[in-house]
Design a protein around this ligand. Structure first.
Ligand code: AMP
Ligand code: MN
Ligand code: MN
Ligand code: MN
Length: 328
């Protein structure tokens, strides 16, 4: 993973930056991160801690994108209101396409529809069944009580993910670190990579569109696909109603990002940006992104559905009214 030296320039104080509007291009965007995790899924920080960190990093517009859940959104929304930040209701949905696990970020400016909430219940159940299957497989590979170990690592009743099993493998001495645990047991094609429980790509894109949201292919460069295969993915995604893809996800090679921008432009997909931040202390922080190239790709925040998200916040005439409890 190469870290560009120029990345320090992205921490300019909010007051030095032009406010984000629908007209802000991808290469000029600052203060925005539309891919972040909290302890509602496999992130380490609570939604409140995460939003505080985003604020400290000078971010003004964020989306909380926990895996297959909206459980952290209400808490994050309250904290964003406290800081005068904009939050998009969102989630990173697991699905499958041609035997591969694909992640689709659901940006839900209108919040979830009733049907979307029901779909999330289904995904949570799929995650439970998958965790049981992963545990069975890892037990055969020598990890006793795999499910209980993963649950203890999660430290809450939240749905389990592969990172919990990775840590369990490390703690049991079966892998040197989490990376090694993925490489040997949990990564694509390994025994612990159970994907048969996820719905089809077209299905989850349909849920998002039905809820008035924008569907975004998450980290398109991280599936180990050829460019041609990615064309096919984008075609299937667009055919199902998908509208966008992440042009930049954390750190990316400059030439590869440029090529991806051409591919998004070709498919007329909107472009999104996100760090995919999970925990402090690693290479990534909220807002840590390789620069986007100049391109013809329209930013996802220029999508009509996201117009309110980038409307500048009116300075309130009274004290921070957003922090006050609203009538219930
Ligand atoms: P799951 O949603 O349970 O399939 O887990 C996927 C998550 O595992 C991703 O969102 C990452 O947080 C993490 N992950 C995936 N691959 C790796 C890897 N090679 N090393 C470390 N963490 C990974
Ligand atoms: Mn994750
Ligand atoms: Mn992902
Ligand atoms: Mn993610």
């Amino acid at each position: 993973m190469s870290v560009a030296a120029s990345d320090s320039e992205k921490t300019a104080a909010p007051s030095e930056r032009a406010p984000l509007t629908a007209a802000t291009s991808l290469d000029e965007a600052r203060g925005i991160d539309l891919h972040l995790h909290s302890s509602a899924s496999d992130g380490r920080l609570t939604p409140t801690e995460l939003v505080d960190l985003c604020h400290a990093k000078g971010l003004s517009h964020i989306a909380l994108t926990d895996h297959d859940t909206l459980a952290g959104v209400a808490e994050a929304r309250e904290r964003c209101a406290h800081h005068g930040m904009r939050l998009l209701c969102a989630s990173e949905l697991s699905c499958q396409w041609r035997g591969m696990t694909i992640h689709v970020v659901a940006l839900l400016p209108q919040g979830p529809s009733a049907a979307f909430d029901v779909s999330l219940v289904g995904l949570a159940e799929a995650r439970v069944r998958r965790a049981e299957e992963i545990a069975r497989r890892l037990e055969k590979l020598g990890l006793d009580d795999a499910l209980a170990r993963a649950r203890a690592i999660a430290g809450s009743e939240r749905p389990l993910g592969r990172p919990d099993f990775a840590q369990a493998l490390v703690d049991a001495g079966l892998a040197a670190d989490r990376q090694a645990a993925f490489k040997r047991y949990l990564g694509a094609g390994k025994r612990g990579d159970v994907k048969t429980h996820w719905p089809a790509l077209e299905t989850v894109v349909g849920w998002i569109v039905e809820a008035g949201g924008v569907a975004v292919v998450a980290h398109p460069l991280r599936y180990g696909m050829t460019r041609r295969k990615r064309d096919l993915l984008f075609e299937a995604f667009i055919g199902a109603g998908g509208q966008a893809a992440e042009l930049v996800s954390g750190y990316q090679n400059r030439d590869t990002t440029f090529d991806l921008s051409r591919q998004l432009a070709h498919h007329e997909l909107y472009g999104s940006l996100g760090s995919d931040f999970h925990f402090p202390g690693g290479a990534l922080a909220p807002g840590t992104l390789s620069p986007a190239p100049r391109s013809h790709v329209r930013p996802v925040w220029a999508h009509p559905a996201l117009a309110d998200f980038v409307t500048p916040i009116e300075p309130s005439p009274t004290e921070p009214s957003l922090a006050e409890p609203s009538s219930t």
